[in-house]
Design a protein around this ligand. Structure first.
Ligand code: T3D
Length: 262
């Protein structure tokens, strides 16, 4: 029996922002099934809770996330990798991407392997200066998973994606910004403030923000005709929202609208 063990993911909700903090700092927040399931559950909770407008994912201690916890004893042939990916990694990545609310990765340190995939699945990546990124899979003879092979080429192009994934070199935050892997780099001591500012801004956004997330994220998988059809569907939903009414009223009255997310 474990007495008094700290939760592997800390959750805190304030002013419309749900923060999920990976909390295994002794292993740079290596991913266990419990962590993966807790992040997925946090996103599902956020989807069900109208008071939550934004989700932030970050790490406790000096790491963001070091990927799969390798101390679980992985050896060639003796692990049901397919089942593991299906049951734990895929649901977490889907929960982040399917959530119709913005997700920010606040990257406070190294993001390696599936920890980098986790960061890439978010809609915004704000990094502290000391953050680093490693497609660590190749270093241990694996392929990118948890969405890295999908997100990387879309973010940085195939040439850079191949370089990062096949060489597995560490890149620093400045290089990550240069190649378009992150949106913003700030001094480490300002990361929490910068994340909070962005989250607060997104939390004041309209219902359409979640629809925009889905449209943009799906766009590279569709041709123009099907994307135009998706825009129509999304615009019908956006136009039915209270926030559209508030937005137009705000324009007419020359006052900033107060969006409720409905
Ligand atoms: O279905 C499946 O499960 C397959 C899915 C696979 C997905 C993947 O994510 S594969 C990739 C797994 N991750 C890695 O290969 C990265 C392993 N870690 C590292 O290469 C390095 O730790 C880092 C580059 C991330 C950081 O280096 P550094 O020098 O800053 O720190 P460190 O000293 O290596 O690590 C600090 C401690 O964390 C250390 O423990 P100790 O010696 O102080 O007791 C280290 O062993 C531990 N640690 C770091 N990463 C992991 C880890 N322990 C378990 N699993 C880790 N991934």
């Amino acid at each position: 029996m474990v007495i008094g063990a700290a939760p592997v993911v800390l959750t805190a909700s304030e002013a419309g922002v749900l923060t999920l903090t990976l909390n295994r700092p002794e292993v740079l927040n290596g991913l266990t099934d419990e962590v993966l399931d807790a992040v997925a559950a946090g996103c599902h909770d956020a989807a069900a809770d109208a008071a939550v407008r934004v989700v932030v994912i970050t790490g406790a201690g000096r790491g963001f996330c070091s990927g799969q916890d390798l101390r679980g004893g992985f050896e060639a042939g003796d692990a049901d990798i397919r089942g593991h990916l299906h049951e734990h990694y895929v649901p977490m990545i889907r929960a982040i991407r399917d959530l119709e609310k913005p997700v920010i990765a606040s990257i406070n340190g190294v993001a390696a392997g599936a920890g980098m995939s986790l960061a890439l699945a978010a809609d915004f990546r704000v990094a502290g200066e000391s953050a680093t990124f490693i497609q660590a899979f190749v270093r241990i003879g694996l392929v990118p998973d948890a969405g890295s092979s999908y997100f990387l080429p879309r973010l940085v192009g195939t040439a850079k994606a191949l370089e990062l994934a096949m060489l597995g070199e560490t890149i620093d935050s400045a290089e990550a910004l240069r190649v378009g892997l992150v949106h913003r780099v700030v001094p480490d001591e300002d990361l929490s403030h910068a994340t909070h500012d962005l989250a607060a801004r997104l939390a004041r956004g309209p219902r359409s923000a979640g629809l925009i997330k889905q449209l943009i994220n799906q766009s590279l998988d569709h041709d123009l005709s099907s994307q135009l059809a998706r825009e129509e569907e999304a615009q019908v939903l956006a136009a039915e929202s209270d926030d559209f009414t508030a937005g137009v009223a705000g324009f007419i009255s020359k006052r900033a609208p107060e969006f409720t997310g409905h």
